[in-house]
Design a protein around this ligand. Structure first.
Ligand code: ADP
Ligand code: MG
Length: 451
């Protein structure tokens, strides 16, 4: 099922560096059902390969990466690292995270050297290696700078240098560029690809997690596309372009479009059938409260208005719309998904289209828009409905947010729980369903709010 890789090095079929076999991961919760995050994921990465893992937020990408890094033992399945079972973190595997995680009290040089200290490499050898890594990654001249003096892009370079200085065989990267602004991300990405294709990086393989389709097509030899709930590998594609790649090429655009289409395919009917017929495995009940992405009302309205206006007239190709709205592709999916969740738009084969309700929204005045949004929230977002009922029932019309956070953490990580509440507050505020008092950490009803 895994397609042949492009001739990466010497044309020889290269050895498997890391292999995941039938990995499943469930997070155990004190509710009746565990949260199944990964389901039977198998993959292999060959020496000389740069592989991308693409999927929506919450599809389990970070979880899989932590398993491959030996930081998390999967509920079932195994990881083979250079042919042997992986039983914990291994010095041959390095990881780069989205946030920079640098020590503020250490200089650039000291931050980079950290990895070597842990390996017992000191003195001249240490200095030499640190200097090489710093030069390689474009940090020359910044050796003695403090992290806070560096831009986000430079900080992430320090993160990369720290991972590379130990000369790992495998580099795992979890959305390494997503905290950076567009231009900075582009620079770092280009540098990395250049070093990699010129064989200057001291690694044999790289796996990069991203939810940015163009990024994956720009840098990877192969792309694995994750489906969500639970995470599975839905597609594996070989990227047929040589480096350096040009995102303006027609063939490149077409490839990106193709991935968009794959990622917006309706969930396979099979899983619905599984749920209704109740036959075994895939019958995982959806959690009541789902994680919501960070999407503001303003963004949603902007997108709906752009979609409704000519020449789009209610339907648009997603990559085209991204360009028109000057949106990062990253931002478009959560936006589209949120509109879909609210019944205001639908995603279909790489397109987004307004529903009747969405058209109605755009044509309405502000008061009516608030009413439509309120209706959509109460009907499609159980969390909003629950918070509002609690507030209605209470004589004080207030409720502590903490209890809802706890409830969310039954089916999602604390980070997602916090983000979900934040999103819900923004949406509910617009619809005037309820408001939130940051200081008191509680929800309240606007009209009946405490004095
Ligand atoms: P991604 O990186 O694709 O956004 P993650 O692997 O971070 O996805 O998370 C997948 C799902 O697992 C999410 O629903 C998330 O809330 C949940 N999850 C992640 N870590 C934990 C945890 N430690 N406890 C409970 N749920 C978790
Ligand atoms: Mg993640």
């Amino acid at each position: 099922m895994i397609s042949p890789l492009p001739d990466a090095q010497e044309g020889a079929k290269s050895a498997i560096l890391i292999e995941a076999r039938h990995i499943s991961q469930a997070y155990h919760k004190d509710s009746a059902v565990d949260l199944q995050v990964l389901d039977d994921v198998s993959l292999s990465l060959h020496s000389g390969e740069m592989v991308g893992l693409l999927g929506r937020s919450g599809s389990g990408k970070s979880t899989l990466l932590r398993i491959l890094a030996g930081l998390l033992t999967p509920t079932s399945g195994e990881v083979l690292w250079q042919g042997k079972p992986l039983e914990g973190p291994d010095p041959g595997i390095a990881m780069v995270f989205q946030s920079f995680a640098l020590f503020p009290w250490m200089t650039v040089e000291e931050n980079v050297a950290l990895g070597l200290e842990a390996k017992g490499i000191h003195g001249a050898e240490r200095d030499r290696r640190v200097e090489n890594a710093i030069d390689l990654i474009g940090l020359g001249g910044y050796e003695n700078a403090w992290p806070k003096e560096l831009s986000g892009g430079m900080q992430q370079r320090v993160g990369l240098a720290r991972a590379l200085v130990v000369q790992p065989d495998l580099l795992l990267m979890d959305e390494p560029f997503s905290a950076l602004d567009v231009l900075t991300a582009e620079n770092l990405r280009t540098d990395l690809v250049e070093l990699w294709s010129e064989n200057k990086l001291p690694v044999q393989g790289m796996l990069v997690v991203t939810h940015n389709i163009e990024e994956a097509v720009l840098i990877c030899d192969r792309i694995m596309i994750f489906s969500s709930n639970p995470g599975r590998i839905a597609h594996i594609l070989s990227v047929p372009f040589a480096h350096p790649r040009n995102r303006e090429d027609a063939a490149f655009r077409q490839f990106v479009d193709h991935i968009y289409a794959l990622m917006t395919q309706r969930a396979p009917i099979v899983s619905e059938a599984d749920i209704t017929s109740g036959q075994g495995q895939a019958a995982q009940p959806e959690p009541i409260f789902k994680a919501l992405p960070q999407v503001s009302i303003t963004m949603m309205i902007g997108m709906m208005e752009a979609l409704a206006a000519p020449p789009l007239n209610g339907r648009a190709d997603l990559p085209m719309l991204a360009e028109k709205l000057q949106l990062e592709l990253d931002d478009l999916f959560p936006l589209g998904e949120s509109l879909e969740l609210l019944g205001l738009a639908e995603l279909e084969d790489g397109d987004i289209l307004l529903t009747n309700e969405g058209v109605h929204f755009v044509l309405s005045d502000l008061d009516e828009r608030k009413a439509i949004m309120g209706h959509a929230l109460i009907h499609h977002v159980p969390l909003v409905k629950t918070i509002r009922s609690v507030l209605d029932e209470r004589p004080t019309h207030t409720a502590n947010a903490e209890r809802f956070r706890d409830e969310l953490e039954v089916s999602m990580s604390p980070d997602y729980a916090r983000q979900t509440l934040q999103t819900v507050v923004g949406w509910a505020r617009f619809a005037e369903l309820f408001d939130f008092d940051e200081e008191g950490d509680r929800f309240f009803l606007e009209d009946d709010g405490v004095e």
